[in-house]
Design a protein around this ligand. Structure first.
Ligand SMILES: Nc1ncnc2c1ncn2[C@@H]1O[C@H](COP(=O)(O)OP(=O)(O)O)[C@@H](O)[C@H]1O
Ligand SMILES: [Mg+2]
Length: 386
């Protein structure tokens, strides 16, 4: 379309105005021609629909009328500076800009500007495409992605566990309040002269508080929430992920080794999302070592240049070559009950933080080592769970 149009206007000046207009009117894209001063010469039908002005209303007016106030003022400057210096601030393909409808509403559109040299002087041809349908698609995609991330997180904690954590919070709070009430009464009565009952009650309160914290953490983990960036201590993040995975695993016969470099600088991440990666990796590791002769997992963290690197290694059998190619793809599980979403989502979370997740497959008596890299300075990175 672009080439046709500009070609037509410059190469074949004999083309009648009426015919040119009728061709322009069949175009799906909005097309608007202006002169050197910004005056609208032609506005096709798609443009009329896009902006709500009829061609009769718009032709002869300054093209600023199609722009938001904040930009309109600068447009004349762009034009004159281009004409005097040749500096191309507005010429080019496919920039995303904000446009203004007749009713004042602003909307995103893609704008390509071409230049035409005509006998009457230089003219500029703008080709415009409404970006709203694409934006809506993008938003839907983002929403779906965030639901998937959330779904996988709930799945990692088991739906039951999440529901139970939710239900337990209230009775637990009540227990804590009752215990505190008794404790206050005891303090002022004769029934506990040596303070032993008070001690025991104090212990009960602390245990209830601890239970409450665990539930709190679990609820935060499975909650569906907006992505965020927060300065986060890596070691604490690993501690919490481990605590979540090991919840209720009283008979665990796997030794968990930690090796964290001292004084690691904090990383700017979404803590819950990074925890989600760690929970996935640690769970996978625990699952493969369950049947192994030696049973350990090792989680380490260290700084490597501008990255913080977290490794999760295990004493399992490693990953067969055949599984390696699709390992980070969705639905790549080799487990009877697996979803195969864990690694796919983990990798996309890592990348949305400007980092990456990779694997050393091991094998030949060596287990797998998963490496999570997070940049120390993520800049103003994109948000995964947008
Ligand atoms: N530490 C590991 N050692 C060996 N294989 C692994 C390891 N972690 C993951 N895998 C393999 O990768 C597959 C995909 O893992 P994941 O995406 O977490 O999905 P799921 O755990 O639901 O199967 C697993 O089914 C398993 O075959
Ligand atoms: Mg998994």
């Amino acid at each position: 379309m672009r080439q046709d149009l500009t070609g037509m206007a410059s190469v074949d000046p004999g083309l009648s105005e009426a015919r040119l207009l009728s061709v322009l009117d069949t175009a799906v894209d909005g097309i608007c021609v202006i002169d050197e001063t910004g005056r609208i010469l032609t506005l096709n039908r798609a443009c009329e629909r896009l902006f709500g002005y009829t061609a009769a209303e718009a032709v002869g007016e300054n093209v600023r009328m199609l722009m938001p106030e904040s930009y309109a003022g600068r447009h004349d400057n762009f034009l004159s500076s281009y004409l005097t210096t040749g500096e191309r601030k507005i010429i080019g393909y496919g920039r995303e800009v904000v446009a203004r409808h007749k009713n004042g509403r602003e909307f995103p559109m893609e704008l390509s500007v071409g230049e035409v040299k005509s006998p009457e002087g230089r003219q500029f041809v703008g080709i415009m495409r409404d970006l709203r349908p694409r934006k809506i698609q993008e938003e839907r995609l983002n929403r779906m992605q965030s639901q998937l991330v959330h779904f996988a997180r709930v799945n990692a904690m088991d739906e039951m566990g999440a529901a139970i954590a939710h239900e337990l919070n209230q009775p637990l709070t009540a227990v804590m309040l009752y215990l505190q009430a008794i404790s206050r009464k005891l303090g002022t009565s004769e029934a506990d002269p040596d303070g032993r009952l008070s001690d025991i009650l104090g212990k009960a309160v602390r245990e209830a508080q601890r239970a409450g914290q665990i539930i709190q953490r679990m609820r935060q983990f499975v909650e569906n929430r907006e992505a965020e960036r927060r300065s986060t201590n890596v070691e604490a993040l690993i501690d919490e992920a481990l605590e979540l995975v090991l919840l209720g695993q009283y008979t665990l016969s796997v030794s968990v080794v930690r090796d964290d470099e001292e004084d690691l600088p904090p990383v700017d991440v979404d803590p819950v999302q990074i925890q989600q990666i760690l929970v996935n990796l640690i769970r996978n590791a625990l699952e493969v070592v369950k049947d192994a002769e030696e049973r350990w997992i090792r989680i380490s963290s260290h700084r490597d240049g501008d990255d913080v690197v977290i490794e999760v290694a295990d004493s399992g059998p490693g990953i067969p070559q055949a599984n390696l190619r699709n390992l980070f793809r969705a639905f790549s599980s080799t487990k009877k009950k697996g979803l195969g979403l864990g690694l796919a989502i983990s990798k996309s979370i890592a990348q949305s933080h400007g980092g990456d997740l990779s694997v050393d497959a091991g094998g030949d008596g060596r287990g797998a080592i998963f490496t999570l890299k997070l940049p120390l300075d993520s800049g103003d990175g994109m948000l995964a769970e947008a």
